[in-house]
Write a protein that binds this ligand. Structure first.
Ligand code: CO8
Length: 257
């Protein structure tokens, strides 16, 4: 099956998913979410497939949720559609999933990487939650998963300033499992995935489930809480201004309303 926003390749027991919207630095739009959920459901169902790798391009894993898709939305639209709610299904993938990140992993891109079971980073990787610069906040679990991964101080600085961290800082902070040279990223991720794919499949699933249980207690409520506030920010003038300013390529002028 072919997809508009993804390239999907099965190599033995490993499914390699490459985000493929180069014109938008792999920004995550609704189409990409639908296609990714379809691929992950097929991956989980296929007894031959044991581990997945999700990657992007050399320049961007993903530069966030698609700002152009969200720009005109109001609170009622976001709340009625439970915008981003579908990402919870991605996190329910039962088999192991590795994020192989090169270049930008920003906003929703950083959040998608954190929804995978662990992150292998190229030395070119840059992570950030810059949504505050658009007058909004993380909406796919970033405020919860980043805080659990790197601790309150660094997470708070990152979400309040939008500062990006490089691969070395991300590794020191515990956001990524290790760093590899950019040219070797996909090979290294595929090798790691093949190792996992060689383990007893039920043991792999169970190990994933129990590490996640340690990480996630209280997470669902946190993510739900975050999403409600994220939707509510679409009722502000500053969201309209922030997203229009991005599209017009000019600095935002905040009204505080
Ligand atoms: N959405 C839509 N289009 C984007 C996005 C995005 N997030 N990021 C980049 N693009 C587009 C640009 O508009 C541009 O298109 P065009 O050529 O038509 O003008 C193209 O991709 C290339 O981008 P740039 O010209 O900006 O490339 P640069 O190399 O100059 O800059 C950056 C790269 C620094 C990554 C820059 O593109 C940038 O700052 N992007 C936005 C990053 C950002 O703010 N991300 C957060 C988005 S909001 C978000 O993720 C909300 C999270 C809520 C949950 C998400 C659930 C999915």
């Amino acid at each position: 099956m072919s997809y508009e926003t993804l390239l999907v390749e099965r190599r033995d027991a490993v499914t390699l998913v490459t985000l493929n919207r180069p014109e938008a630095l792999n920004a995550l739009n609704s189409r990409l979410l639908t296609e990714l959920l379809d691929v992950m459901a097929a991956f989980d169902r296929d007894p031959e497939q044991r581990c997945a790798v999700i990657t992007g391009s050399a320049k961007a894993f993903a530069a966030g949720a698609d700002i152009k898709e969200m720009q005109a939305q109001g609170f009622a639209d976001m709340y009625a559609d439970d915008f981003f709610g579908g990402w919870d299904r991605f996190t329910r993938t039962r088999k192991p999933v590795i994020a192989a990140v090169a270049g930008y992993a920003l906003g929703g891109g950083c959040e998608l990487a954190m929804m995978c079971d662990f992150i292998l980073a190229a030395d070119t990787a840059k992570f950030g939650q810059p949504e505050i610069k658009l007058g909004v906040s993380p909406g796919m679990g970033g405020s919860q998963r980043l805080t659990r991964a790197v601790g309150k101080a660094k997470a708070m600085e990152m979400v309040l300033t939008g500062r990006m961290i490089d691969a070395a800082e991300a590794e020191r902070a515990g956001l990524v499992s290790r760093i590899v040279p950019a040219d070797d990223l996909v090979d290294e991720a595929m090798k790691t995935a093949a190792t996992i794919a060689g383990m007893a499949p039920l043991a792999a699933q169970a190990n994933k489930e129990m590490v996640n249980a340690a990480f996630e207690s209280g997470l669902a409520q946190g993510v739900q809480f975050e999403r409600r506030l994220f939707h509510a920010l679409f009722g502000t003038q500053d969201q309209k201004e922030g997203m229009s300013a991005f599209v017009d390529k000019r600095p935002g002028k905040w009204s505080g309303r």
